[in-house]
Ligand binder design. Sequence first.
Ligand code: CUK
Ligand code: CUA
Ligand code: CA
Length: 638
Amino acid sequence: MDSSKDNGVDNGAEQSGRRGFLSKSAALGLAGVTLGLVACKEEAAKGGEAAPQKAGASKEIAPGQLDDYYAFTSAGHGGEARVVGLPSGRTLKRIPVFNTDCMVGWGVTNESKAIMGTKADGSLKYTTGDTHHVHGSYKDGTYDGRWLFVNDKIHSRLARIRMDTMECDKIVELPNVMGFHGLFTDKCDPVDTKINYTTRVFCGGEFHIPLPNDGRDLDDPSKWGTLFSCVNAETMELKWQCRIDGNNDLVATSYDGKLAASNQYNTENAADLNGMMSAERDACVFFNIERIEALVKAGKFTTIGGSKVPVVDGRKAANSDPKTAVTCYVPVGKNPHGVNASPDGKYFVCSGKLSPTATVIELKRVQAWFNGELKEPRDAVVAEPEIGLGPLHTAFDGKGNAYTSLFLDSQCVKWNVDAAIAQFKGDKTAKVIIEKMDVHYQPGHNYSSMGETKEADGKYLNSGNKFSKDRFLPVGPLHPETEQLVDISGAKMRLVADHTAYSEPHDGIIVRRDIVKTRQIYNMDDFPNAVKPENAGIERHGNKVHVRLMSQAPAYSMPIIKVKKGDEVTLTLTNHDKVEDLTHGCALPTYNINFIVNPQETKSVTFKADHAGAFWLYCTHFCHALHLEMRSRFLVEA
Ligand code: CUK
Ligand code: CUA
Ligand code: CA
């Protein structure tokens, strides 16, 4: 089949771009890859009539009914995180993290700017972000509903979101890291098993850079390096970093807290595409957390540039003796993508991406290598089934089955882990592949309900597809992406719904709703700058003016606020309403100010009153029958 023939004009550019990539792959001997694309085009052609199978009544969420699950998802280069109800697919909330958000005032208020980080002049250090992975904090091997963590690949930052308010409360920038991609929380302390909850977050650096990145070695990438970082989940400070050979892509952690791992597509340490695809196999690098922390404690580390973070050497040359090694490089299929932990705690699965295989690594054997009881790291591989073209990410149902996204085949493949292990041992009758289901189209991440916990329940799988093509009404050059919800509770996978995602679906987690406990009303005393009747009003020190304002529907505490041109004004607003959902807004025309205050919450903004006039400070959030009348005169004298 001539794949160029059926390239529609409407997506010709996208298709030819992909052909360019594919012809390179084909030149490298990956002929099978081309077949994958053709299959996808056939799917695209018949996609119009491939209506979703009829959803069973039990899957429908009627008006007024609540969803069974929360999905917490990343938003790609939108820089935020999202909360979606499943199975309905209703968007419940967008949580601004690395982006600014004019609805809540994220990036506008002093409090959010302090979390995001500012330059000397008070403006935001960064206004862009690229979130790929959201993971929750754990206790006893399942989510504890306390925190979510999310990465920013662009500026290598880790953010924490409180799950009770679903707001970002801390952001840390990782030193000497570029392209912070995969992250995962730990589930237990490697030594003290009483600490059976998350205290660390592991962060993989994907791109090589000079260390330190201060202008040295610009013309010699062979001297560049990548780091694996560990952040204290409570304080959000860096604990340590580990320098490795090759790179980090995604990250997984063991349930016993002893191991973390990252798949490596660039074991070649190459700086260009061909170089990164030159090795026949790449690796999954395992980190021995206990040993790394012992080295840090013993002072056996270096630091890089001006950073004080301890850096342990995890490169191969320094880790050839298993008894003292902090890293173990297990060979896996070519240019692997995702690495995922099975809910029984036994295995990590690495997808091949350029190899049509998944590599199953037994954690017990990795541990055995570290103990000197296993000869070669490659002996930790217990299965490597052929599952399809372009495998990326793997989810689990808690019943021994794995579901891997096949980017090139545009499919989700369900396969059995035990059968794959039996086949690897030579059992020719083992039935590894259970089912392949078309998804629309080109899936990246998939994730299952509670699938990354010991409580994996095998109910739903979400397939985050990179292209929707014909699945939705077109909205201009960029089609919305598709999140497809699949019912995996029965013998056969069943497509339940297509949900849109505005750029761009990456990873997410599906959390049972009883785990999430939110608060509806803040505690006013949690805000040191809360405005109360005794301190409300205007206070002036030279040309610094502090306006302390309160809101209670349908009025602000001051009908007139008068300042002078040239004043530096700090406006602090506390919402005194205590009624659930009674939120007020605060916008100031021509001064670029807009934010909301939830019940009992305090926020502030600081700005220069640099132009005179009368400006109506008004409430932007519909709060009362007299919401429109909720406004004060903000007067700036010439
Ligand atoms: S990566 Cu997005 S599809 Cu950044 Cu998790 Cu694989
Ligand atoms: Cu207060 Cu609208
Ligand atoms: Ca490679």
